[in-house]
Design a protein around this ligand. Structure first.
Ligand code: AMP
Length: 396
């Protein structure tokens, strides 16, 4: 990576503001998934070991610019403290950079940790307004961004704050994300295969278009495949269809041909009568979807076809389930692709959001090389966009 990281900066005795991604799911005041807290620990531990005064900040959920007690970061401070084995002082100011935060920071010794309140309690945060950026910067001398999940947003705590501090570096988590995704897209071991699924073509237009410039094989499954089937002249019953994206799908099929990309669509599909778990279902050829039936998963032939296409792959990027994986009868295609990825000797990268949830929920999490912590950010990266939170960091 061409950006400075926590390995390239001097922090001994300095106050370091670290933007983490503590946007964890909370139910009745309890954190239900600590993945993001665990993901932040290596950077925090490194800074503690280097003798920094570590000031952590993050957003959680969407409090829309005002204090919402159910979105307080207090439970995160508690869990962080347990994982780090040292106290984490929580500065509970509703205005984030308030009297408690200032006093806590003033009292810090080297190697101590303070956590600020949810940055989105302040309405300026998501508008990247200067006053809040300055307030955040006033607490510290060095900035570290470790929040990949927010790197595609230009907010005070990801971008604005860097204008008022001389040093801005990447944390380990952010660095790891960029290393994996960057290598896969810009300098992959080939063959490079991308698998795209999920509900909508419209969400992934720029990803499909950009990846067709890079990949050797592009595999399309999930709800978005039906728009491509219509582009091939098939009828798709009551399956998900974005009629206004059929022309785009045709264009992409032509682009793949022109670029020599192996472009694979489902050859058969599991169709159901209704969108529900216990609906009647059967497998049909993609060209023979009957009226009144909807495609809910890829069929057995397609599972084999996709697994075969993955056999020799050296790098795989996967975003979006192959079917309605939340319903057991329609999870088999997604499981088959996860299994195919687990079986091959390749760098396997899972985009965040639903794909990460599917892979973890189906028990394949530890079989993948990298599961991204940022759904939106990883998609924007795959679209070829520059992430503002990364662009704002110091070059090496
Ligand atoms: P996305 O957020 O775009 O990755 O889409 C994920 C969602 O797509 C999941 O909730 C899946 O249930 C849904 N999905 C996948 N395949 C289908 C399909 N054939 N019909 C309807 N929904 C689907």
């Amino acid at each position: 990576m061409n950006k400075k990281t926590v390995d390239n900066i001097q922090v001994k005795g300095k106050k370091v503001l670290v933007r983490c991604d503590f946007n964890v799911p909370i139910k009745d005041g309890k954190i239900t998934d600590e993945t993001r807290i665990l993901g932040a620990l290596p950077t925090i531990k490194k800074l503690i070991a280097d003798g920094a005064k570590v000031i952590l900040c993050s957003h959680m959920g969407k409090p829309k610019g005002e204090p919402k007690p159910e979105l307080s970061l207090a439970p995160v401070a508690e869990r962080l403290s347990a994982h780090l084995g040292i106290p984490v002082v929580f500065a509970a100011d509703d205005n984030v950079v308030g009297e408690q935060a200032k006093a806590a920071v003033a009292a810090m010794k080297d190697g101590e940790v303070v956590l600020l309140q949810n940055t989105r309690y302040r309405k300026e945060e998501t508008k990247n307004e200067e006053n809040f950026s300055k307030e955040l910067a006033s607490l510290a001398e060095v900035f570290v961004n470790d929040a990949f999940g927010s790197a595609h947003r230009a907010h005070c705590s990801t971008v604005g704050v860097t204008e008022f501090l001389d040093t801005a570096a990447a944390g380990y988590l952010l660095g790891k994300e960029l290393d994996f995704l960057g290598k896969a897209v810009n300098d992959p071991e080939r063959p490079l295969v991308a698998i795209l699924g999920g509900a909508k073509v419209s969400d992934k237009i720029n990803v499909i278009n950009n990846l067709l410039e890079k990949v050797d094989t592009l595999i399309i499954g999930g709800g978005m495949a039906y728009t491509f089937m219509v582009a091939q002249g098939y009828s798709v019953g009551t399956s998900l269809l974005e009629a206004d994206k059929v022309d785009f799908a045709k264009e992409m099929i032509a682009k793949a041909k022109a670029k020599g990309v192996n472009f694979l669509l489902p050859v058969d599909t599991v169709v159901g009568k209704e969108f529900k778990e216990d609906t009647e279902y059967k497998t049909v050829k993609s060209s023979e979807i009957p009226d009144g039936w909807m495609g809910l998963d890829i069929g057995e032939e397609t599972r084999k076809l996709f697994a075969d296409a993955l056999k020799d792959a050296k790098t795989v990027i996967w975003n979006g389930p192959m079917g309605v994986f939340e319903m057991a009868n329609f999870a088999k295609g997604t499981i088959a692709v996860a299994q195919a990825l687990a079986d091959i000797d390749a760098i396997t990268i899972i985009g965040g959001g639903d794909s990460a949830a599917a892979v973890n929920q189906l028990g394949f999490g530890d079989k993948m090389s990298h599961i991204s912590t940022g759904g939106g950010a990883s998609m924007e990266f795959l679209e070829g966009k520059v992430l503002p939170g990364v662009a704002a960091l110091n070059d090496k």
